[in-house]
Structures are given as C-alpha cells and as structure tokens.
Design a protein around this ligand. Structure first.
Ligand SMILES: Nc1ncnc2c1ncn2[C@@H]1O[C@H](COP(=O)(O)OP(=O)(O)OP(=O)(O)O)[C@@H](O)[C@H]1O
Length: 431
C-alpha cells in the first residue's frame, strides 16, 4: 500500500488542501504514480481516465467559478423587482426559450448571444419564487444595461398596446383591466360592413374633425348600434375598435343603475373615449313607458328611457365621444334610441356563413412564425383545403361565430379532428 501511495494520502483520506482544491489528493497521488512509472499499462490508462474526469468535474467548475467571481459582470433581478416582469417578457420572445414558464419553474442556466456578447441567464428558485441573474464575460456591465433597457422599452411598448376598460361600481368608474390590443381583423364579419364602420370611425376621429363639427355647431359625437344574435362579435368588435384608436372604453350595464347615476357617470367621461352600453334592450329602457326598477342606495330608483335619452343628448356626452349600443333585439328598441343622432350607423352582426366558418378555421389552425404551436405543423395548402371542407359542413346562418370557435378550440390540436367531428356536432346541436 505504502509503495502505491508513495507517502501521499490515499483517495479516502482528506488532506487540508482538499478543502481548498477538492480532489487535489487524488490527482496528486495519481500523478505521482504515473510519473514514478511503477504501474502497469491498464492501471495507467485507468488513472489517466480518473484524472481526466476529475479535471473535467472540478477543474472546469473551479476555473468557471473564478471567472464568474472576478471576470464577469452580473445583474440580479429579484422576483419583486419591476424589472422582473420586463425581463421575463423579453425572455419569452427569445429563440433559446421555448416556454418562459418552464424556465421559471426550476433552477437552471441558459447561455445565449446578445449583440455579439456571450451572456448567461441563471434562474434560482427560492421559496416558490424565482430570482434571475444575468452575467456577461468582462467587467464592463454596459451590455447588461443595454439588455435591461431593451426589455423595458419592449415592455412599455406592449403596455401601450393595451387598452383600459372601465366599469361602473357604486356609481363610480373603476378601471377593470388592461386588455391586450389585438388586430380588429380577428373579428370575423362581412368585410364590406366592417370596412364601412371602420372608415366612419376613422373619419370621425380625424384631427380636423372636431373643428369641422364646432364650426357648424353640430355636437361632436357619434353613435353606433350593433345588433344581432348573441356571440356574433358585437362586444369584441367594440373593444378592438377602442384598441385600434387607442381609446379607453367605458362599459355600462343599464340593468342595475338609476337615472341619477347615469347622469353622474356620463359627466365623468373624458373627452375622447368609447362608451359601450351593452344589451340596451334588456335594461328595461328599450321602450317608452317601460321602467327598470332597481335599488339605488336606500331609495327606489330606476333608469328610464327619457333619462337615458337626456344623457345621450346632453353636453357631457359630447367632445369626441363614441357611443356604442349593443342589442340582440333591435325590434325591441324604441324608435327614439335608434334614430340618427343617437344611432348614426346600425351594424348587423350575423350568424356564421360559409366564409366566416372558413376564416374561423384558419384563425385556429394557421401557422404562426416564431410562436409555439399547440398543434402539429401543417402547410398552408393543407389548412386551406381542410378549412373549406370544414366550412362546407357547417350549415349557413345557424351557429354563432362564438359557437363555431368554441367547437374548433376544443379540437385545436388537430384540424383533421375538427373536420371529422363537425357533422356529428352539427347534428347533435340541431336536435
Ligand atoms: N365575429 C366573430 N369573430 C371572431 N370571434 C368571435 C366573433 N363573434 C364571437 N366571437 C367569439 O365569441 C366570444 C363572444 O363574443 P362577443 O361577446 O363579442 O359576442 P356578442 O355579440 O357581444 O354577444 P352578446 O350579444 O351575447 O353580448 C368572443 O370573445 C370571441 O372569442
């Protein structure tokens, strides 16, 4: 034994130097034996292998630890920092990540190039929250500052692409949520009808238009009545219209509100905004004489048609406000509500026809570049053929776009399943 060890501590014995350089004893013992040449060739090969493993295991880590400690710049982003959300949003769009949430679920490192610099992203999970650390080689931290700045800019740009939706609560407007702005093309409807209303809104919001109205003494406001069966896209269209023009949207359910509250809420509207009155027919204000009685505080009060008309015509509802009323039953509405001046344009939202079913199919199964797909990749031609086949099996004007979309979403993993399942779904739905 002593001949083999040659006076050096064996692998099982720890020398104090092992604390500083783990594995030192093993390496030095082996090296000594090799240099002494008193081993047979198999043992020598084995020793070389062990040395190699140890050097790889400890040496690389050790050198990397030194580089990290003394030759890298690092920024730490805690879960509670504002920069955390910005960074995670940015990471989610990077090609080296396929799913940002899988990144954030466990301890791991990612290596990537950013503007010609090699960066390391490390995610550390601590007590159900994650902290991020990004390092670059070199002592100049400018590249990390640039990265954070880019994340911030992207984040702010995205926030701008969200619209504020206000709802009324206890007689006050409350910001309900920020909604991401999607293109209005995602609402599928007759293209001519859509173009017509979009052109009308564009023209109304044109910069010179306010003066044009003022010079002629015409109140600067515009009203639209969107009518059609449930689930045909009336509310979605209104929200996306707000997004398109970067306007805040104020939504009002008239069914539990009094005249005095409506007056107060309209008085608080900002100059340029959209006010959305949903399902005006169900509010009890659809026709003259009908009164919707509600509890408002302690006193019995009700929103009335005349009360609503006064508010819509009043000064507080001018200055560039767009009124959108939606209803499932245009025939239930009083003429006064439908007439031009209050409803300048009436837009019919229809049940799905063949063209709409084809477009809904495309929406669900189209391939998005750089985005993770939840279904297998199919080429455009295949999707196009399947979309036409699918639409030919959906009867015209029977189902709402919401119903067709919901059917497709349940089968979003396979366009073939959607095509093969549509006939039995239609038959069942018609029963
Ligand atoms: N024309 C459409 N194009 C695309 N998606 C649609 C369309 N219509 C409905 N949808 C889908 O159905 C959901 C419900 O639609 P939405 O609330 O806009 O319908 P609505 O006509 O306002 O219904 P309601 O009359 O019941 O208020 C939407 O979130 C959207 O996903």
């Amino acid at each position: 034994m002593s001949a083999i060890n040659g006076g050096y501590p064996g692998p099982s014995q720890m020398s104090p130097i092992d604390v500083i350089f783990p594995g030192f004893s093993v390496v030095s013992t082996t090296a000594h034996q090799l240099l002494a040449g008193n081993l047979d060739s198999y043992t020598r090969l084995f020793c070389i292998f062990v040395v190699f493993v140890l050097v790889t295991r400890y040496g690389v880590n050790y050198v990397w630890g030194i580089v990290r400690a003394y030759f890298t710049s690092t920024i730490y982003v805690s879960y509670y920092d504002e920069a955390y959300d910005m960074l995670v949003d940015w990471i989610a769009d990077q090609p080296f990540i396929h799913n940002a949430h899988s990144l954030i679920a466990r301890d791991r490192s990612f290596y990537f190039w950013y503007r010609g610099h090699f960066l390391i992203l490390y995610c550390a999970v601590k007590e159900h929250r994650e902290d991020l650390r990004i390092s670059s080689i070199g002592l100049n931290a400018n590249i990390l500052k640039d990265l954070i700045e880019e994340c911030r800019e992207q984040y702010l740009k995205e926030a701008q692409r969200k619209i504020s939706v206000f709802k009324h609560r206890e007689g006050e407007w409350k910001k309900a949520k920020l909604r991401p702005v999607q293109p209005i093309s995602t609402v599928i409807m007759d293209e001519e009808v859509k173009d017509d209303i979009l052109r009308d809104v564009d023209e109304f919001l044109d910069q010179d238009m306010q003066d044009w109205y003022a010079e002629r003494g015409i109140p600067y406001k515009r009203g639209y009545l969107l009518f059609g069966p449930p689930g045909t896209g009336k509310s979605s269209f209104s929200l996306l219209l707000a997004g398109k023009h970067e306007l805040d949207i104020y939504t009002l359910q008239l069914s539990n509100i009094s005249d005095s509250t409506v007056i107060r809420l309209f008085a608080e509207l900002p100059p340029r905004c959209i006010i959305l009155l949903e399902d005006v027919d169900t509010a009890g204000v659809g026709r003259r004489g009908s009164v919707n009685t509600v509890q408002d505080g302690n006193s019995q009060s009700a929103v009335t048609l005349s009360g609503l008309l006064n508010v819509l015509d009043g000064v507080s509802s001018q200055e560039g406000r767009i009124l959108i009323m939606t209803t499932n039953h245009i025939d239930h509405l009083d003429e006064a509500l439908v007439r031009p001046g209050r409803s300048d344009k009436k837009v019919h939202f229809k049940l799905a026809d063949q063209n709409m079913s084809t477009q809904l199919f495309r929406t669900v199964f189209k391939q998005l570049s750089n985005k993770k797909q939840c279904n297998e990749r199919y080429d455009d031609e295949t999707i196009e053929g399947l979309a036409r086949e699918f639409a030919s099996k959906v009867p015209e004007q029977v189902f709402s776009p919401a119903e067709v979309l919901s059917f497709l979403l349940e089968r979003k993993k396979s366009p073939y399943d959607a095509v093969s399942g549509i006939e039995s779904w239609v038959a069942k739905a018609k029963d």
